[in-house]
Design a protein around this ligand. Structure first.
Ligand code: NAD
Length: 495
C-alpha cells in the first residue's frame, strides 16, 4: 500500500532509552521496511517510542521464502556448529543485557530490576540450554528380533513463532532457541505492543554469525499477516504463545495443511491454601501473583483457602499487598508497573466492574490508578460460575473463595476450561501428592511458584494449550522424528 503523502518520513533507526533500535523487519539477513508503520507506545507514560514497519502478507511471504532458502544449509550444519552459534548468541545477549533490559522495560512496562536480574539472564540461558541439550540429544538404539532401531531428530523446516507482549524476549527465545537448535529456520512475529527486543535479537544473532535467513523477524499485526504465515505451504511448524481466541484462528488456518502446532495459551490457575500450610509462605505465594501487574499466563489468580484459616489469611494478605509500591518500572522501589496498554487497562476494569455489579466485594483495590495502573485487587463473594472466576483477566486481579475439605478444594480448582498450572500450600506431604495427582494442570507447584527448569515439560491442558515444550519435548516438536530399522542381513560384507 503506498504511503500517505502527508505522512512524514519515518526514521528506520530510533533511540530507545539510549539504545539504537531498527524499526524494520529482518529478512534474509537484511533490514527491509514496509510502506506503512504502526505506532509503538511506552506503557510507562504513553509516549510514542517509534513507528515500526507494518508487514503486509507479501512481506510475511518474503520472510518465509528467506527461511525456506536458508533451511537446507542450516539443517546440514553440524550439531557442534549450531551449538557454537547459539552460545555466541547467548554471549551477545549477555554483553547487551543492560540495553535489552532498558528497551524491554520501556516497551512493555515490566520491572527493570526483573529484566536485569531474572528475565534477560534467562534469555541467554534459553540459547545455552538448548545448545547443550542438542549436543546431548540421543536415544539408545534398540533391537527388534535382530533388527536395530535407530532414532533421529531430523530438522523439520521453516518454523513460524508468534509471541505475546507480557514477556516478549523471554517467550520469543524460549521458542527461537530450540527451533534453531533443532536445525529449523525461523520467522519470528513478536507482539505489536512490544516489538523492540526482537529487533535487537536480530542484530545480536547477525553479530554472532548466524547465517542470513536462519532467523527472520517480521513486525506487524497478527490480524493482518497471521494467515500469510500460518497457512503458508512452506511452513513446517507453528509455535504460538498467546490467547485462546487467537489460537483458534491459528489452528483453523494451519488445518488446511495440517501444519503441526504448539499452543501455549491462557490460564485461570488456582492457589490452594490448606489449613495445615505455613500461612506466611502461602501469603507470599499469593502476593507474588501480582507480579508483572498480573500479566502472567501462569498466575494463580484464584485463591482457594480452607475456611478455618480464611479470615487470618485474608488479614495477612491484605496487609502485605497494601504495602506493594506501584509506579515507574525503572524505579528499584517499584513492585508493580503499569498495565501494557490503555486498552488492556479498560479490559481489566471491565471484568472487575461486571464482577462488582454481580455482587462481588473488593477487599482490596478494584479500580484503575492514574490511567496507567490497575490497583492490586482482591475480590471475594464470587460464585464459581461467575465470569471473574472462569475467565482470564490478565491483570492484577485475584479472587478468593473458601472450601471446607480436600474434595471441595479439588472440585473448585479443577472447574474451569483451563489447565495451565496449580499451586498448593500445605504442610502435609501426603496431601500434596494426593491433590497434585487429582488436578488437571501442566505444572503443579507445591509450596513454591514459578520455579521453571528448561528441562521440564511446559504447557497447558484443556484450553490452556496443545503440546509441551522444554527439554527433549522441544526437539520432539520442532523435529521430524525418524526411526531407521536396519536388518542384520543383506550386507555385502555379511557382517
Ligand atoms: P494475543 O493472542 O492477542 O496475541 C499474541 C500474538 O498473536 C501477537 O503477536 C499477535 O500479533 C498475534 N496474532 C493475533 N492475531 C493473529 C492471527 N490471526 N494469526 C496469527 N497471529 C496472530 O495474546 P496477547 O494479548 O499478546 O497475550 C496475552 C495472552 O497470552 C494471554 O492469554 C496469556 O495467558 C497468554 N500467554 C500464555 C503463555 C503460556 O506460556 N501459556 C505465556 C504468556 C502469555
Amino acid at each position: 500500500m503506498p504511503k500517505q503523502p502527508e505522512q512524514p518520513e519515518q526514521p528506520h533507526r530510533i533511540t530507545v532509552a539510549g539504545v539504537p533500535v531498527d524499526t524494520r523487519h529482518w529478512i534474509g539477513g537484511r533490514r527491509i521496511a514496509s510502506a506503512t508503520t504502526f505506532d509503538d507506545l511506552s506503557p510507562i507514560d504513553g509516549t510514542l517510542i517509534g513507528a515500526i514497519s507494518r508487514a503486509t502478507p507479501t512481506d510475511a511471504a518474503t520472510a518465509v521464502a528467506a527461511a525456506k532458502a536458508a533451511f537446507p544449509a542450516w539443517a546440514a550444519t553440524s550439531r557442534a556448529e549450531r551449538a557454537r552459534l547459539l552460545h555466541a548468541v547467548a554471549d551477545g545477549v549477555e554483553k547487551r543485557l543492560e540495553e535489552l533490559a532498558l528497551v524491554e522495560t520501556t516497551d512493555n512496562g515490566a520491572l527493570l530490576r526483573s529484566h536485569r536480574r531474572g528475565v534477560m539472564p534467562r534469555v541467554a540461558h534459553n540459547f545455552r540450554y538448548f545448545a547443550d541439550h542438542l549436543l546431548a540429544l540421543d536415544h539408545p538404539d534398540f533391537d527388534t528380533r535382530g533388527h536395530t532401531n535407530h532414532v533421529t531428530w531430523d530438522p523439520a523446516g521453516p518454523s513460524v513463532l508468534i509471541t505475546p507482549w507480557n514477556a516478549p524476549l523471554m517467550l520469543a527465545t524460549w521458542k527461537v532457541a530450540p527451533a534453531l537448535a533443532a536445525g529449523n529456520t525461523v520467522v519470528l512475529k513478536p507482539a505489536e505492543w512490544s516489538p523492540l527486543t526482537a529487533s535487537l535479537l536480530a542484530d545480536i544473532a547477525a553479530e554472532a554469525g548466524l547465517p542470513p535467513g536462519v532467523l527472520n523477524v517480521v513486525q506487524g499485526y497478527g490480524s493482518e499477516i497471521g494467515d500469510a504465515l500460518t497457512a503458508h505451504p512452506d511452513v513446517r511448524r507453528i509455535s504460538f504463545t498467546g490467547s485462546v481466541p487467537t489460537a483458534r484462528r491459528i489452528a483453523a488456518s494451519a488445518a488446511a495443511r495440517l501444519t503441526p502446532l504448539s499452543l501455549e495459551l491462557g490460564g485461570k490457575s488456582p492457589l490452594l491454601v490448606f489449613a495445615d500450610a505455613d500461612l506466611d509462605l502461602a501469603v507470599d505465594l499469593a502476593v507474588e501473583q501480582y507480579d508483572n501487574a498480573g500479566q502472567v499466563c501462569l498466575a494463580a489468580t484464584r485463591l482457594l483457602v480452607e475456611e478455618s484459616v480464611a479470615a487470618e489469611f485474608t488479614r495477612r494478605f491484605t496487609e502485605r499487598a497494601a504495602r506493594l509500591v506501584q509506579g515507574d518500572p525503572r524505579d528499584p522501589a517499584t513492585d508493580i508497573g503499569p498495565t501494557i496498554h490503555p486498552r488492556q487497562l479498560e479490559k481489566v476494569d471491565g471484568f472487575v466492574r461486571r464482577a462488582l455489579d454481580a455482587g462481588a466485594r473488593a477487599v482490596l483495590g478494584g479500580h484503575p490508578v492514574d490511567g496507567r495502573y490497575y490497583a492490586p485487587t482482591l475480590l471475594t463473594d464470587v460464585a464459581q460460575d461467575a465470569e471473574i472466576v472462569q475467565e482470564e483477566v490478565f491483570g492484577p486481579v485475584l479472587t478468593l473463595q473458601t472450601f471446607t475439605d480436600e474434595d471441595e478444594a479439588v472440585r473448585l480448582a479443577d472447574d474451569t476450561r483451563f489447565g495451565l498450572a496449580a499451586t498448593l500450600a500445605t504442610g502435609d506431604r501426603e496431601r500434596a501428592a494426593r491433590v497434585a495427582a487429582r488436578l488437571t494442570a501442566g505444572t503443579v507447584w507445591v509450596n513454591c511458584f514459578f520455579v521453571r527448569d528448561l528441562k521440564a515439560p511446559f504447557g497447558g491442558s484443556r484450553e490452556s494449550g496443545v503440546g509441551r515444550e522444554g527439554g527433549t519435548w522441544s526437539f520432539d516438536f520442532y523435529c521430524d522424528l525418524k526411526n531407521t530399522v536396519t536388518a542384520a542381513k543383506g550386507w555385502q560384507d555379511h557382517g
